[in-house]
Design a protein around this ligand. Structure first.
Ligand SMILES: Nc1nc2c(c(=O)[nH]1)N[C@H]1C(S)=C(S)[C@@H](COP(=O)(O)O)O[C@H]1N2
Ligand SMILES: [Mo]
Length: 419
């Protein structure tokens, strides 16, 4: 009876002898831990910056986490220079996050026995350590899963992705900092010691190791190879042409942009956004511009085309991690439109509203520094031709360094004033 119980216990993950891989040990855990120390810190920083790029403290329409309180302490006016700032930041965030998946999984695998040790807590300190590990592991899985789902399933959590991913990041990163402070010295010591002797000791070393089928270095190459493969099939979405076609893991099945002037990625099509072609025709469409002391002007497309037109070379960069190279946009400067409604100097903020009736991205606010930038346009054409319906015909916003979501398509109304 007692023997049968012991035998069953040995087969359960709660028994140290259940874990037989000879690869587990301080060396693998330490190497992976050091990689994650750098990688996750960079993920956190690029993520916070990406969030600041929405200018959430500007206006309620931009703020996806209205209850963030002091967690918004670091927010600042997002600059317009360099014009590829968001493209770089979010490209690094998404590409790095996806590339780190094999490293994260290998790290969790390497310490898996520790998650099952019994008794659950030997002391108060041990109990606290295990709760913090729960937040660490749970937080890591939560952040990676919500991030990947948002990229792959095209806004699976409408409106709620930002709060989930934002608050999750703070919980995860807090546990991560505690863990890093406690474990980094140990990891560095392990690596130094193991360079001299090959002898591994530690909790996660199997008491009853199986025959090795691959060396520790081989295992690391396997993890690194997985990361490299993910990197090579993701990074291309930040570029054009042949490189974009290597981005096998980028979301597909959306609208085909085709070739020609409008031949760059389309996020939401006009049909998806419910834009009725009858509303965008020369006869029907009027841009409403509102400003100081109730001043309002209404402009048809032909009238806009008679205003001074300017060109800017700017990319579209989406939170999903894809971006285009610079496209040649041509249209009316936002600051010139502000002048029409009474803001002769120092243009204020602007609220941009689309013809689109439903959906989170039909409105966005831009800050005064973005309105003032001479490259910020109400674009009427791109790469030498009229905007296509899917890229926002009759008119769309384009602003340097801003996330794609602030580049509102099918614009119907601009309201200038301090928001
Ligand atoms: N009205 C409206 N504008 C919008 C959107 C939208 O859903 N509705 N999507 C935004 C997002 S999230 C991005 S990334 C860009 C994409 O522009 P593109 O489709 O021309 O590449 O448009 C932005 N403008
Ligand atoms: Mo986007």
């Amino acid at each position: 009876m007692a023997r049968a119980y012991r035998r069953d216990m040995a087969r359960s993950p709660f028994a140290p002898s259940f874990w037989r891989s000879p690869l587990r040990g301080p060396w693998l855990t330490s190497v992976l831990g050091i990689v994650l120390l750098g990688g996750i810190t960079l993920l956190f920083v690029t993520g916070l910056l990406s969030y600041a790029a929405y200018n959430p403290d500007l206006a309620p329409v931009n703020d996806k986490t209205p209850d963030k309180g002091i967690l918004g302490f670091y927010l600042f006016s997002w600059p317009t220079d360099p014009h590829w700032l968001y493209r770089l930041d979010q490209g690094v965030h998404v590409t790095l996050g996806i590339t780190l998946i094999p490293v994260l999984l290998a790290k969790l695998w390497s310490v898996a026995p520790k998650l099952f040790t019994l008794p659950p807590a030997r002391s108060l300190a041990h109990a606290l350590e295990r709760v913090s590990l729960l937040l660490l592991v749970g937080g890591a899985l939560f952040e990676f899963v919500t991030g990947v789902l948002n990229v792959q399933l095209d806004y699976l959590f409408p409106g709620s992705f930002y709060p989930l991913h934002f608050y999750g990041a703070w919980v995860f990163f807090t546990a991560f900092v505690v863990h890093a402070v406690l474990k980094t010295p140990l990891a560095l010591r392990n690596l130094r010691r193991l360079r001299e002797s090959r002898e591994e000791q530690g909790e996660s070393v199997s008491p009853d190791p199986a025959e090795p089928t691959v060396s520790r270095r081989g295992a690391l190459w396997f993890v690194g190879g997985g990361s490299l493969l993910l990197f090579l099939t993701t990074a291309g979405q930040n570029f054009d042409g042949v490189l974009r076609r290597t981005a096998l893991l980028a979301p597909h099945g959306g609208a085909e942009p085709g070739s020609g002037p409008g031949g760059f990625q389309i996020n939401k099509t006009a049909a998806y956004a419910g834009i009725d072609p009858a509303e965008t025709g020369e006869e029907a469409w009027r841009l409403v511009v509102a400003g100081r002391d109730g001043r309002t002007v209404r402009l048809g497309r032909a009238e806009l085309l008679r205003l001074p037109l300017h060109s800017s070379a700017l990319p579209i960069a989406c939170v999903e991690g894809w971006s285009t190279s610079d496209q040649w946009w041509r249209g009316v400067r936002l600051r010139d439109l502000a002048v029409l409604v009474g803001y002769e100097d120092d243009p204020p903020d602007v609220l941009v509203e689309s013809l689109q009736r439903h959906g989170a991205f039909r409105r966005a606010a831009l800050r005064a520094n973005q309105v003032a930038d001479p490259r910020s346009l109400l674009a009427l054409s791109v790469n030498g031709e009229d905007l296509t319906p899917d890229h926002g015909h009759p008119a769309r916003i384009i602003v340097p360094a801003a996330p794609g979501v602030l580049n509102t398509k099918w614009v119907a109304r601009l309201t200038f004033g301090d928001l």
